[in-house]
Every structure is written in structure tokens, then in C-alpha cells.
Design a binder for this molecule. Structure first.
Ligand code: DAH
Length: 340
């Protein structure tokens, strides 16, 4: 009987993929009530008690193997049925894996870093959570200056001396306090203001600050540096215009417009039909700010400028709503490709 069991085990083992009808025939042949395996169980009853233990185990193994084999063969057909019911084509090539793209603000920030890097500016950063001294006082903001107002500045609730920096000009102070001149650096980073979110304003945005301190630095150097930047960023045909302005930490102060890169100065809705768009604030560093940082204002002079990365990115790509930058909708983000 053991030989017979062995023979059936090998036989079942050897069965290869077959049709669904054949699987059913196999089940009938081996496992149905009148099948070969139940017949062996009948014979088993007549065995002498001494053999029952060993043969019983073998017989159970045979039955389990046969059941497993039949289930296995059947499951192939069930899988195939599911695939065709779902109309899945398993031979179809997989979809493309799309490489990520850089955020448009990162592309423009990196371009700004590159443009200034070519004329010797290095990059530094400072903390986003700042103290009153670095964000305001050292920059010559008087105690009652409107920019300190609750409407503009996020204060830390437990300590009004600590703020979220409202501009990257705070990094100027940190650098002037710790780096001896000459200084030629830019400071890109995030800034925060308590503004209602709209297409034109946000409570968090990005700036790049520039600082150049040395002996004999003049306004002409500032103008030439900014003209170089504008042409590199917006194209050789770009014109610049400096208008007098006021910032507590620069004297004289100015704001710079570039000729509208959309209409070339003819007038369009981006430049509000003026032909010019404002892109930055600038000026000669106020001697009081230099002295606040321990730099002798009789020996050194310098200039500073600060620009909004969002604004430049909007002009470059004709984006009309600031909120798009922060929603991270991939349909928006994947439109931007750049070398940087
Ligand atoms: N910090 C100014 C702002 O956020 C921008 C600015 C103006 C920066 C003049 C400067 C500067 O360095 O000289 O509006």
C-alpha cells in the first residue's frame, strides 16, 4: 500500500498546467467519493494496527498534496478570469516615471545667486526667528516706526523682543557684526508679514538681500551693479530707472524699476500701462547702521539692496497670482524647467 501511495504522490506532483476541464477530471479521479484516494482510505481500515500509524500519515499527506495541487491549478484560471474581466493588459509597458521639476521660486533664486556669484558675491543666511535689534533697531528703525506695528510684524507671543523676520535686511546686520570689510554678499531667505493672503500679498514670501561694504564704494557702483543684474535677469535690452525713496537704513535710498519685459515698455496690464515695473529697494548703507555694527563709517561706505523673489518670478513667467507658488499643485509646478 505504501508503494501505491508513493506512486500517486509522484504522479500528482508531476502534473503540469492543464485546462480547466482537465483540473475537474483530476479532482474526480483522485478526490471524489469514488476516487483513488478515498479508495485507499477504505483499504486503510483493513490494515493491521501496527501499520496504521505510518500509512495513515502518508495517506493524509497524499490527500493534502492532491488538494493543494488542484487548488493551485484552479487559481491560475481564476486569476486569468479576473484579469480579463478588468480588461487588464499585463503586456502593456509601464507608464513613464516623470522626473521632478524645481519650484519656480527656486529656479529664480538660484539664477539670482548665479548672476551675483559671477561678480564675486558669496551667499549667507541668518535666522528666520529674529530679535528686535537685528530686524529693526540696528537698521535704524525708530521705536515708533510704523513697520514695527502689529499689522506688519509677527511677534512671538511670550516675548515682543522676538519676531519672525520681516525682511532679509536683518542678515546685513548679523554679517556686518561678524565679518570685517570688505563684504560682498547676498542673503536669500524667507520673510514673514502679517498680511491678508491675496493674489498680490502673502504672509510668507522670499527676498534676496545684497550688501557691499568697502572703502570708496559709491552710488555709481550701486547703479552699475543693479544694471548688470537687470540685464542678466531680464535680457540685454532691459533699461533701469532709479527713483528716490526712503528706508531707515540707507541714505540716500532708492527704488529700482526695470523696463517691462512683457511689452518692452510699450504698456500692458503687467506694468499697468506705465512701461516700468518696480523690482527692488536699495541705497547707500546709512553711516548709523555701519556704526551700530562696529564698522567705522569714516573709513568704509557701502550699498545694500533687497528684492522679492516672488515678484521677479511673476515677471519672468507672467504669473498673476502669488498663491499659486504655495499651493503646490503639480499641474502648475511641472510647467517649470530650468538649468538650475
Ligand atoms: N528691506 C526692504 C523691504 O523689505 C527692502 C530693502 C530696501 C532692502 C532697501 C535694502 C535696501 O537692502 O537698501 O522692503
Amino acid at each position: 500500500m505504501k508503494d501505491r501511495i508513493d506512486q500517486l504522490l509522484t504522479e500528482i506532483e508531476a502534473i503540469k498546467s492543464i485546462s480547466l476541464e482537465e483540473v475537474e477530471q483530476l479532482r474526480l479521479k483522485y478526490l471524489s467519493k469514488k476516487g483513488l484516494i478515498p479508495a485507499l482510505f477504505d483499504d486503510f481500515k483493513n490494515l493491521p494496527a501496527t501499520e496504521k500509524r505510518e500509512v495513515g500519515q502518508l495517506l493524509n499527506e497524499l490527500k493534502n498534496n492532491a488538494q493543494k495541487k488542484i487548488d493551485e491549478l484552479k487559481s491560475h484560471f481564476e486569476l486569468r478570469d479576473e484579469v480579463s474581466a478588468a480588461r487588464l493588459d499585463l503586456t502593456r509597458p509601464a507608464g513613464n516615471v516623470e522626473p521632478g521639476t524645481r519650484h519656480p521660486l527656486s529656479i529664480i533664486r538660484n539664477r539670482i545667486i548665479d548672476i551675483f556669484g559671477r561678480i564675486g558675491y558669496t551667499v549667507a543666511d541668518g535666522p528666520e526667528i529674529e530679535d528686535d535689534w537685528h530686524n529693526f533697531s540696528a537698521l535704524n528703525f525708530t521705536a515708533d516706526h510704523p513697520a514695527r506695528d502689529m499689522q506688519d510684524t509677527f511677534f512671538i507671543a511670550t516675548n515682543p523682543e522676538i519676531v519672525l523676520r520681516t525682511h532679509t535686511s536683518s542678515v546685513q546686520i548679523r554679517v556686518m557684526e561678524s565679518v570685517p570689510p570688505p563684504i560682498r554678499m547676498i542673503f536669500p531667505g524667507r520673510v514673514f508679514r502679517n498680511e491678508a493672503i491675496s493674489a498680490r500679498a502673502h504672509c510668507m514670501f522670499h527676498q534676496v538681500e545684497g550688501l557691499y561694504i568697502d572703502k570708496n564704494v559709491s552710488f555709481a557702483d550701486l547703479k552699475q551693479t543693479l544694471m548688470y543684474f537687470a540685464k542678466e535677469m531680464f535680457g540685454e535690452q532691459t533699461k533701469i530707472r532709479l527713483r528716490p525713496s526712503y528706508f531707515p537704513f540707507t541714505e540716500p535710498s532708492g527704488e529700482m524699476d526695470v523696463s517691462c519685459n512683457i511689452c518692452g515698455g510699450a504698456g500692458c496690464n503687467i506694468c499697468k500701462y506705465s512701461g516700468w515695473v518696480e523690482i527692488l529697494g536699495c541705497g547707500m548703507v546709512d553711516p548709523a547702521a555701519l556704526d551700530n555694527c562696529g564698522i567705522d563709517s569714516k573709513t568704509y561706505t557701502g550699498f545694500a539692496f533687497g528684492m522679492g523673489i516672488e515678484r521677479i518670478t511673476m515677471l519672468k513667467y507672467q504669473i498673476k497670482d502669488l498663491r499659486l507658488f504655495f499651493e503646490n499643485d503639480v499641474r502648475f509646478l511641472k510647467q517649470f524647467t530650468g538649468a538650475f
